[in-house]
Design a protein around this ligand. Structure first.
Ligand code: ADP
Length: 760
């Protein structure tokens, strides 16, 4: 007798168990022999023969007999009575020995009722199988099934029921309960099969719809082509647009929108009232670069060479740019922190942006923000507006044609707020790496990814840039050039370019370095080189005129004959005055176009202690003047009374330039001190510093620009706040060498160094 362990099968009495011969061999360790008696036992878990133990089995099994071992690799065991497994031994070689006793059924099944229900099940099965090819085969089986056990065992492989549930049938003592359970299981599985079938056919219907749609599209394409051939002039625009929409690689959202609007355009026809707007929109949408550009490897050496070749000097700026490139390379990013170039006009901010693009081998695009007041300028108008347009950012992207340009946003300090929204807030979104991968222009109406754009902003001053915007950016200062630097820039860059632009060749002109130096000192007064460039361009054009008129080359230009060629007279240089006067002191100011010198004039007239301040001063500067008056009163107690009887007038000439800021404090105080003490201060002595009511001198901004202006104007000695000494690092050596710079901590120090304290 063989012991046959099985798993996950229906093994109820009065049924036939079908087993693969291979499985039988593997589980029993012997070959099946026809008519041999067997005991089928049920394993609790799925296990190979090697893993079987005495406790691997449920306590009830079923006896049976091998009826048939067929050629196709199957054997059939007819199952008979249930048995209790009293003892189970699994030997080390995995042969199993059992002691069993018969387990009686409770005979409570009404045979007539059972027969009726069996017929019903069989009919149900047959009706289900109708319409299937395998239904025919099933019919043969169904006819042969004599008991509900047969049905269960026959369907066992297709039933979804757990091993426990299947065993529970065998463990059931009541024949009626066993019948009920098995019947329920069969109906349940039949229902499951029906649902599955429905789901499958629904899926098939979906597939069919897809195929149908594709087939229809192909037909539409074909018909359209036919139409096009008949009216080539009419359809070609739309077709071209459609092709562009499908091929330009836009994102899902954009594609959906484009298809929708194209369909509308098609249905409206070329003459519909919206067709112009729709066409413009689709043309713009498809002209945007949607495909991502590969990040290129950056060679720092090459980048450095390119930066050096295009721009003279600017060492610190170039160093910072190279750092940025290195970080981008290491992080594998196409954009990095947003740089903000701040400095006077003509200091090379925009043009170095262009060089960065060149160094990176990327496209360059410049977007000017000067005077932008509308949010729509940045973010576009909604399409529903008449004459709606995209914003400047996306317009720039469309113009340069790639998704990763170097974009210079010029003059971010000239943005202003109007009732049409805050452009700075929109710009914030453009620059924010957390948001700009899905920037939505109102006109475009679908997100566009700006995250690969390398943004560089430029500004003349930080004062007018909104704080949140400023926080996003890293400030790099362009301090302006010294005369020597300007000379180099002119000779290396501006002159060769101007000659070429005017069509002049070698030998056509002679413009010596002295001539250039003369232009710089007599015809320009600026921190940058924009004016210088214009003058040189003018000279070259004048030379071209001479040559074309028949003049003999070379046209020689010297400091002496320069005036003939220039379209302007020499600028009256604002050199410091020659004569010193009590009450007048030279101060230094920072302006958007670089540094400047200014004079503070004071006068006392008979009166009643009134203070008059003139010269377009801002509130902060007016307060400084009041502090200065109080300070001088306390520093010169014996003059205080005098001041009560006199009116004081403080004036800062050059009214056209607006002046404000606290840094004139020390100059105002010194001017008043000079006035009351009657001791003049030499005009070649200048000073800058905020003054506190206690008389200490506090630090100020823009020191490099101020010192450069001082040197330009012939100042020899400058008092600066001691706390600004660190800033001297940013001042060109040439400027430092030519000035005597004296750091001071208090007003008293300045006054004593200028001998204003002893005099009476
Ligand atoms: P900004 O943007 O600061 O107002 P630009 O970049 O327009 O100034 O510069 C004005 C002109 O001066 C440009 O033609 C530029 O090439 C030139 N330029 C400025 N600085 C340098 C420099 N360091 N080397 C060479 N050319 C310079």
């Amino acid at each position: 007798m063989a012991v046959v362990p099985v798993y996950n099968m229906i093994t109820v009495p009065d049924s036939s168990l079908f087993l693969q011969t291979g499985v039988y061999r593997a589980m029993t360790g012997r070959a099946p022999v026809e008519n041999e008696k067997v005991t089928v036992i049920v394993a609790k878990r799925e296990a190979s023969r090697r893993e079987l133990e005495s406790d691997s089995f449920y306590p009830i099994g079923v006896s049976g007999q091998i009826r048939e071992v067929n050629e196709q690799g199957y054997l059939v065991i007819r199952l008979g009575q249930r048995v209790n497994l009293d003892e189970v031994y699994v030997f080390p070689d995995k042969t199993i020995e059992l002691t069993v006793s018969r387990r009686a059924d409770v005979e409570d099944l009404d045979p007539a009722d059972a027969a009726l229900r069996l017929t019903a099940i069989k009919e149900e099965l047959l009706s289900f199988s109708r319409g299937f090819e395998w239904g025919e085969m099933l019919r043969g089986f169904v006819a042969a099934w004599e008991s509900i056990g047969d049905v269960g065992a026959g369907m066992s492989p297709w039933m979804s029921a757990s091993n426990e549930a299947r065993y529970a049938l065998l463990a059931e003592d009541s024949r009626k309960a066993r019948f009920d359970k098995l019947e329920a299981m069969i109906y349940e599985n039949l229902e499951l099969a029906r649902v599955r079938l429905k789901a499958q056919s629904a899926q098939r219907a979906d597939h069919e719809k897809l195929y149908k749609e594709q087939a229809l599209r192909k037909q539409i394409d074909y018909l359209q082509q036919e139409l096009e051939e008949m009216h080539p002039e009419e359809e070609s625009d739309l077709r071209a647009l459609e092709k562009k929409i499908e091929s330009c690689g836009m994102n899902e959202t954009a594609l959906k929108e484009a298809r929708k609007l194209l369909a509308r355009l098609k249905s409206e026809g070329q003459s519909g009232h919206e067709s112009g707007m729709l066409t413009d929109y689709l043309e713009f949408l498809t002209s945007l670069p949607w495909k991502k550009e590969e990040a290129k490897t950056i060679s720092l050496d090459e980048a450095e060479q390119i930066l050096d070749a295009d721009h003279f000097g600017l060492e610190k700026v170039k160093k910072r740019i190279l750092e940025q490139l290195a970080v981008m390379q290491l992080k594998g990013q196409q954009s990095g922190s947003i740089l903000l170039f701040v400095g006077a006009p003509g200091t090379g901010k925009t043009s170095i942006g262009q060089s960065i693009a060149k160094a990176l081998g990327r496209e360059y695009v410049r977007v000017s923000l000067g005077g932008v007041r509308d949010e729509a300028d940045i973010r576009g108008h909604r399409r529903t507006y008449i004459g709606a347009m995209p914003g400047r950012i996306l317009d720039g992207i469309a113009k340069c044609g790639v998704s990763n340009p170097v974009m210079v946003l010029d003059e971010v300090d000239k943005l202003s707020v109007s009732y049409n929204g805050d452009p700075a807030a929109a710009l914030l979104e453009v620059l924010d790496p957390e948001q700009n991968f899905s920037f939505t222009d109102h006109y475009l109406n679908v997100p566009y990814d700006l995250s690969d754009v390398l943004f560089i902003c430029t500004a003349n001053t930080l004062d007018t840039i909104p704080e949140p915007l400023l926080n996003r950016m890293e400030v790099i200062r362009f301090q302006g050039y010294t005369p020597t630097e300007k000379q180099e820039i002119a000779l290396r860059h501006l002159l060769p370019k101007a000659l070429e632009a005017a069509g002049l060749k070698d030998g056509d002109t002679e413009i010596s370095p002295e001539t250039i130096a003369h232009i710089i000192s007599e015809y320009t007064r600026e921190a940058g080189v924009r004016g210088l460039k214009k003058r040189i361009d003018t000279l070259c054009r004048a030379a071209a005129v001479q040559l074309v008129r028949g003049g003999k080359p070379p046209v020689v230009m010297t400091p002496d004959n320069l005036r003939e060629y220039m379209d302007m007279s020499p600028i009256r240089q604002k050199n410091v005055k020659e004569h010193a006067e009590p009450g007048v002191v030279t101060g230094l100011a920072w302006t958007q176009v670089g540094g400047d010198v200014l004079y503070i004039e004071t006068k006392a007239t008979k009166g009643s202690g009134k203070l008059t301040i003139t010269g377009q001063l801002g509130d902060v500067m007016k307060e400084s003047a009041q502090i200065a008056v109080s300070l001088v009163k306390s520093l010169y107690p014996d003059k205080a009374e005098l001041l009560e009887k006199e009116d004081l007038h403080i004036h800062v000439p050059d009214g056209a330039t607006p002046k404000d800021g606290p840094s004139a404090g020390i100059t105002l105080t010194t001017a008043l001190a000079s006035l009351v003490s009657g001791v003049p201060v030499p005009p070649a002595v200048a000073m800058t510093g905020e003054v506190s009511l206690q008389g200490s001198v506090n630090p100020i901004g823009g020191l490099p620009e101020k010192l450069m202006a001082a040197q330009r104007s012939g100042v020899k000695k400058v008092f600066i706040p001691a706390d600004n000494v660190d800033d001297l690092r940013d001042v060109a050596k040439e400027v430092r060498d030519q000035l005597t710079i004296i750091p001071v901590q208090s007003v008293a120090e300045v006054l004593s160094k200028l001998s204003l304290t002893q005099a009476n």
